[in-house]
Ligand binder design. Sequence first.
Ligand SMILES: [Zn+2]
Length: 295
Amino acid sequence: MAFEAIEGQPRAVELLRRALASGRLAHAYALVGPPGSGRTTTALAFAQALLCPQGGCGRCRSCALVAARQHPDLHVLVPTPPETNPKGARAIRIALIRELERQAALKPALAAWKVFVLDDAERMTGEAPQAFLKTLEEPPARTVLILILPRAGAVPATVLSRCQIVRFQPREDGRSAADRAEAADTLAEVRAQGVEALFRRAQVFERDRDRAERLVDACWLFCRDLLLAKSGAPPRLLGDAAGAQEIEREAAAWTIDGLLRGIALCREARQALAVNVTPRLTVEVVLSRLARAAA
Ligand SMILES: [Zn+2]
């Protein structure tokens, strides 16, 4: 995914591009905005541009490694459940920050930089924010840290004050409406036709991580809209205000618990895609679980 392909966030993209062009990079960036606004995709495009010898050509080995999430100088950290309880609350714990510190102290393996992306950085718990603050205070050489956050206030002010803040607007362009329509159609088809439709639909995501990410985002926003409709929110609060009637009808087929599980599922899928689970497999899991959840 290159910068050119990121839609609806011209200011965020411009800010990062200028940093790349001038070579004046901050040690840490906080990408702040609602889920689905393109924060993670942008973080990874930024990483690709930093790690590629040609500034993110999209064709070289380095860019291919970033696209497959296998570049040794790109570290994507996501919240995980406790080791002893796979069903427990997902968090970024102190052990993960220690591991980040250890990796950040090493020289880059291939590129001129090391990039660390902390997805859902607000989920740092216990001593993790304090330990992370120490890393920010003594930034390791040739290292760029990127925090993905829903709101600026979601981490301690001491952490945020050491990051350059990049704001993301909620995305309401034509593309996201189209993505949402695709997600709704796909779900309806998988629900009606079962496993055969699932495999057929998932095929197109075989090698297309960006498209898989967009589908998962769209499913996520779809569940969010259903949850809002179910809670009696006025249509103007829906991401898809124009489709309010349809959303209300669809919402009747769901329980609140089912929708909360759906949202959690999309969040996990998004993080799986940010590391290196196969896009197709991730899409299959999301579609089959969501299709069953509403049945
Ligand atoms: Zn390249």
